[in-house]
Design a binder for this molecule. Structure first.
Ligand code: PAF
Length: 283
């Protein structure tokens, strides 16, 4: 595995892969890798000839009072994990490589970035879209892999790729969960033992609603109520919304189209997100 920190070296190395007609898969991350990231890497390895993983904690997607400075980092461990997964290139640019002095050009997503997390984290998806677009331009992958846990991020990135004519296939990989159901997240490490237990309310609530849905319930209010009962125990429920799977607007009741039940909650001072996809059976 090559660890590369500059765009020039990355381009030079990938040039050889492209000349050999190799399919390049890309897994963008902010590091502190967990099994969710490893599932993205495995999906890339299964589909592509070469996998590039990036590690960059992107400052432009963090709000002023968010956890940029304390975001968990362990580069050597991440490097070992990537090596163990057979990753070909680990791209770990410094802040100046990504955002040179006088940087002032951003990608501004539209309505998909407004509800859910977008309503509580102003500018977050502008930062995500900008850095993902820049990383796409640096790596120029054929396929890029994102986790379903960040459902809205997947929608924003997919839209951006279409709108900006980026010739990249966007693959969404199902959320990887701990044995008890908690969605894997780098932020889980902030949780105390008690909070870790409390956090289970999120996945349990969503799973209960999914269960009702699978048993035939289609009323939006009912599905939300089922999830909400579990979520009463979290410190602050930021949102619990059933949205249309494509537009992310509030889903019409009864459900007739693919939808997603999405939640964000604070457990202690840790903000966690999760979702389940509600897909209607095909007749
Ligand atoms: O999902 C993440 O880890 C980040 O939002 C991403 C896609 C790497 C952009 O910084």
């Amino acid at each position: 595995m090559q660890t590369i920190t500059t765009v020039a070296e990355l381009r030079h190395t990938l040039e050889k892969c492209r000349r050999a007609d190799q399919l390049v898969g890309f897994v963008p991350t902010m590091g502190y890798l967990h099994d969710g990231h490893l599932a993205l890497i495995a999906a890339s390895q299964a589909k592509c000839d070469v996998t590039v993983v990036s590690i960059f904690v992107n400052p432009t997607q963090f709000g002023r009072n968010e956890d940029l400075s304390s975001y968990p980092r362990d580069f050597l461990r991440d490097q070992e994990l990537c090596r163990g997964q057979g990753v070909a290139i680990l791209f770990a640019p410094g802040a100046h490589e990504v955002y040179p002095s006088y940087f002032e050009t951003f990608v501004e997503p539209g309505d998909l970035a407004k509800p859910l997390c977008g309503a509580f984290r102003p500018g977050h998806f502008r930062g995500v879209a900008t850095v993902v677009c820049k990383l796409f331009n640096m790596v120029q992958p054929d396929v890029a892999f994102f986790g379903q846990k960040d459902f809205q991020q997947c929608a924003v990135v997919r839209r951006m790729a279409i709108d900006l004519n980026l010739p990249i296939e966007i693959v969404t990989v199902p959320t990887v969960r701990e044995q008890d159901g908690l969605a894997m997240s780098s932020r889980n490490r902030y949780l105390s033992e008690e909070e870790r237990h409390q956090a289970l309310a999120i996945s349990r609530g969503l799973a209960a609603a999914l269960n009702e849905f699978c048993s035939g319930e289609r009323r939006v209010e009912k599905l939300i109520a089922v999830a909400k009962k579990h979520l009463e125990t979290v410190d602050t429920l930021q949102y619990l919304e059933l949205v249309d799977g494509d537009t992310l607007k509030t889903a019409d009741s009864p459900l007739r189209r693919p939808a997603a039940l999405c939640a964000a909650a604070y457990v202690g001072s840790t903000r966690l997100i999760d979702n389940v996809i509600l897909t209607l059976p095909t007749r």
